[in-house]
Design a protein around this ligand. Structure first.
Ligand code: HEM
Length: 469
């Protein structure tokens, strides 16, 4: 009764007791990614994997995904997110129930249209800063670059300067910044290792092994950066008492948290978990999307040319910076970003643990079951996106609603709170890049090997050749 009709669904052959846990126990992150992708080809669009006595339902159908994402009660994240708790606490990404509701309410104003609008200066200046750095590289005859480090510097400093109200462009902080970025990579690797090796699941074992000690060290490195961000903002608020700029400044995310603290609605550990959550989600997701984006653009000269044409029609020969109404006119660039996120959705899969029973046709999914939604695989279904491997921004030009065939930012009550922030940031940055440079691939039609991680990642460096336009 408890496990309802899931037992009847297809899936990889299960062993007694262990279920499917042994078959993933030695996989690398690359193999694990492969394994997730191949599920639908081997078993169809509803697949059941058994983890000891627990049933995990993997879904690849837009209709099924819609049912799960729009359910108002089933908003609790599944087991794998537990392993992120020592790091992100129960910040907005991971919390559930009334805590999640309360926090989402506190933080939503930080993403209001007017607040995002006020970030234009930061997005534009940071984009220009990156462009200038690349020009400098060109002057030093370095025209082939691994782009990720430049891009993640860009996204990290924008999230700090916007949401956190902290400026990081001092040399002194460079080292801590690098350490912070490295700590996130290591945390991802260690969490994936723990996830696939079931004997590392109990805290008492994990924490006492070398891997657990390494994990702890990474968390310390990570926190030393985010603690500093909080401290810097506190100091600034003390020094410049009323820095309220038409009431807007105070809508910055970290200010909302610090204000909530003085009203007794949140404590320091609550602030820390949100700052860790937003620093990570707010920079790593967009950095990966922009990296894969530049890779695809380099490979598609015709797409670059169309974006350039569009920019010319907006700016003429002027090299002035963009504003929000310019952005609204960049229809082709918007379609391009959507297509980038179709092929490379920064969050490739998401999961829930079920608290209220529901039906998928005649299949009953019951309390305690877990559900995994395959965004990456959904976006590459041939029946939904003809020639799915082809990069074609035109798919998104008609403006037709994609409903649940396309959900890079998830949907429903637990959708991405930073969706519009991310779209704006990517538009500002990519338009600046295309206005200044022509990009060329170093390997034509390069398909990096993906790995299972906290966000969509590859170990293959994305190298691009630059030339001034
Ligand atoms: C290309 C960029 C981005 C993509 C593709 C993306 C995607 C997603 C997805 C799929 C989720 C749902 C996760 C889940 O259910 O486990 C999510 C949630 C979230 N995202 Fe994003 N995101 C992006 C950028 C950002 C940015 C820039 C921020 C912050 C400034 C952000 C903050 C968050 C937070 C806090 C959540 C949890 C929301 C909640 O549960 O209430 N994301 N994002």
């Amino acid at each position: 009764h408890e496990h309802s009709s899931l037992t009847k669904l297809p899936g990889p052959p299960r062993l007694p007791i262990f279920g499917n846990t042994l078959s993933i126990a030695w996989l690398t992150q690359e193999q694990m990614f492969e394994r997730m992708v191949e599920l639908q080809y081997l078993y169809g669009h509803r697949v059941v994997v058994k983890v000891f006595n627990k049933y995990v339902l993997h879904l690849f159908n837009p209709r099924d995904i819609e049912v799960v994402l729009t359910h108002t009660k089933n908003i609790t994240k599944n087991k794998p997110y537990e392993f992120m708790k020592p790091w992100l606490g129960t910040g907005l990404l991971i919390s559930s129930g009334s805590k999640w509701h309360k926090r989402r309410k506190i933080l939503t104003p930080a993403f209001h249209f007017d607040v995002l609008k006020s970030f234009a200066r930061v997005f534009v200046e940071s984009s220009r800063l990156m462009v200038n750095e690349l020009i400098q590289q060109l002057q030093n005859e370095k025209d082939v670059l691994n782009v990720l480090p430049f891009i993640s510097d860009f996204t990290l400093s924008t999230i700090c300067e916007t949401a956190m109200g902290t400026n990081l462009n001092s040399v002194e902080i460079d080292e801590t910044k690098l350490e912070y970025k490295q700590s996130i990579l290591d945390i991802g690797t260690l969490i994936m290792m723990r996830l696939t090796r079931f004997w590392l699941h109990p805290d008492i074992i994990f924490n006492n092994l070398p891997i657990g000690k390494r994990f702890k060290k990474c968390l310390e490195d990570n926190n030393s950066f985010t603690d500093r961000v909080i401290e810097e903002r506190r100091k600034k608020r003390r020094d410049t008492e009323v820095e309220v700029n038409g009431g807007r400044r105070r809508m910055m995310l970290l200010d909302l948290l610090l204000d909530a603290e003085s009203k007794g609605e949140i404590d320091l550990s609550g602030i820390k978990e949100e700052v860790n959550t937003f620093m990570f989600e707010g920079h790593d997701t967009t950095a990966m999307a922009l990296t894969f984006g530049l890779m695809l653009l380099a490979d598609h000269e015709e797409v670059q040319d169309r974006i350039h044409e569009e920019c010319k029609s907006i700016f003429g020969d002027s090299m002035r910076t963009a504003n929000l109404s310019d952005l609204a006119e960049m229809k082709y660039l918007e379609a391009t970003i959507k297509e980038i996120l179709r092929l490379y959705p920064s969050v490739p899969i998401i999961g829930r643990v079920i608290e209220e029973d529901f039906m998928l046709d005649d299949i009953q999914v019951t309390k305690g079951n877990e559900v995994v939604l395959h965004i990456y695989d959904l976006h590459r279904r041939e029946d939904l996106f003809p020639e799915p491997e082809q990069f074609r921004p035109e798919r998104f030009l008609s403006g037709e609603k994609m409903n649940f065939t396309y959900v890079p930012f998830s949907a429903g009550p637990r959708n991405c709170i930073g969706q519009r922030f991310a779209m704006q940031e990517m538009k500002y940055m990519l338009s600046e890049m295309i206005r200044h440079f022509k990009l060329f691939p170093t390997v034509k039609n390069f398909k990096p090997t993906m790995k299972a991680d906290l966000v969509l990642r590859t170990d293959d460096p994305v190298r691009i050749k630059f030339a001034l336009r």
